[in-house]
Ligand binder design. Structure first.
Ligand SMILES: C[S@@+](CC[C@H](N)C(=O)[O-])C[C@H]1O[C@@H](n2cnc3c(N)ncnc32)[C@H](O)[C@@H]1O
Ligand code: SF4
Length: 347
């Protein structure tokens, strides 16, 4: 297995949902004021790469050390050339994981090609076993595209796959101070639907985000968080969860704003590509803000093997471990596929 994973935010616009905490901000706030700082995402960004630029770069991945690509967004499945892109990636021998809001999986014209092309995994975002909670924080842009449509999309994909090995199907849920019980309840729901994996991920918001006081986890939530993770691993559900150490990593990220990671995989075996083509060592806003201008690079017109040299496997020490990046551990040690880069211990 080639060692590098790319988390590729393909498109800025999300025609699917208007999640209130989304990394891309909200359309209404950015209509008033567009962010201008490097790396800050917006659903309204006018700078997304053209389809030709995306496909041209994708064609170069096959002879690079990149072995796995996570296609995210915005909403990747509602971007028309997505199936063509997956074709190119699979023809190049890459593993492909599609990260989706899940509603599009109800469409046979999108669902069937994912199976036929051998997509390796589909991670569906669903925050709560409680439809009301989910749709409050992940409101769909169209009526009828809420919790029930996501669950039916998951079920439709699992049914269409049948006993075949691919794609693995899993659920990613954003955990806030308001849905700590979903650390257990969501994987239980995922198991009942026949999913292969479940990943509870802590919300990452800037301290001055308008929802931080409502949603962010703090030290006072840690006893409950730890208890729910203990209950989750004790439940021995018939699906794969992140490494047991992930729960402690989340707790330590919540307890301390930043911390040291010796030999982090960011910039060695993991990279983040934005919709405008910019390449970062890691999606963490802290790490992006600390990136010197000389290391601002783009996939536009570039060849993957020039952007991503063979990794050292040692990474580099990073003092910016935080809730912004703790979600990268279950990405590099992706639970249902073979490991790519070396597992990096936390300090
Ligand atoms: C940005 S979305 C893109 C893919 C797709 N639209 C989706 O919702 O799955 C990728 C993942 O990031 C999560 N996410 C978005 N904003 C977040 C935040 N502020 N903190 C933690 N996770 C977040 C989403 O719930 C989703 O699981
Ligand atoms: S569906 Fe995904 S990209 Fe769209 S708003 Fe929600 S988290 Fe953001």
């Amino acid at each position: 297995m080639k060692p590098i994973s790319l988390l590729w935010g393909l498109r800025s616009y999300c025609a699917s949902h208007g999640c209130l905490y989304c990394y891309f901000g909200t359309v209404s706030e950015h209509r008033e004021q567009m962010p201008t700082a490097p790396g800050v995402l917006s659903h309204l960004s006018p700078n997304d790469l053209t389809t030709a630029d995306v496909l041209a770069f994708a064609e170069t991945l096959h002879d690079s050390p990149v072995g796995r690509v996570f296609l995210a967004g915005g909403e990747p499945l509602l971007w028309k050339p997505i199936i063509r892109l997956i074709e190119v990636l699979k023809a190049g021998g890459l593993e492909v994981v599609v990260c989706t809001s899940g509603v599009a999986l109800n469409r046979p014209d999108l669902r069937e090609p994912l199976i036929e092309l051998g997509v390796d995994a589909v991670s569906v975002s669903l925050d709560s076993a409680d439809p009301v909670h989910n749709d409050q924080w992940r409101p769909p842009r169209r009526g009828g595209d809420g919790w029930e449509a996501v669950v039916s999309g998951i079920s439709a994909l699992i049914a269409a796959r049948g006993p075949g090995p691919r794609p693995k199907v899993g659920v990613y849920s954003v955990i806030t101070r308001r849905n700590l019980a979903d650390i257990v309840a969501l994987p239980e729901l995922a198991a009942s639907l026949g999913c292969d994996y479940a990943v509870p991920q802590p919300i990452a918001l800037d301290p001055d985000h308008r929802l931080a006081a409502d949603l962010s986890l703090t030290a006072e939530h840690l006893p409950e968080l730890r208890q729910h993770f203990d209950d989750l691993y004790a439940a021995e559900l018939p699906l794969v969860l992140p490494e047991r150490s992930y729960a402690s990593q989340i707790a330590s990220a919540v307890a301390r704003p930043t911390d040291l990671v010796p030999g982090c995989f960011g910039g060695d075996t993991l990279f983040f590509v934005q919709p405008d083509g910019t390449v970062w060592d890691c999606p963490s806003s802290l790490k992006i803000a600390a990136t010197p201008p000389g290391r601002h690079r783009s996939i536009k017109g570039a060849k993957a093997r020039e952007l991503f040299p063979a990794p050292t496997g040692c990474g580099s020490d990073c003092a910016l471990f935080s809730v912004d990046c703790v979600n990268m551990w279950p990405l590099t040690g992706f639970p249902v596929l073979a490991p790519t880069g070396p597992e990096v211990p936390r300090a």
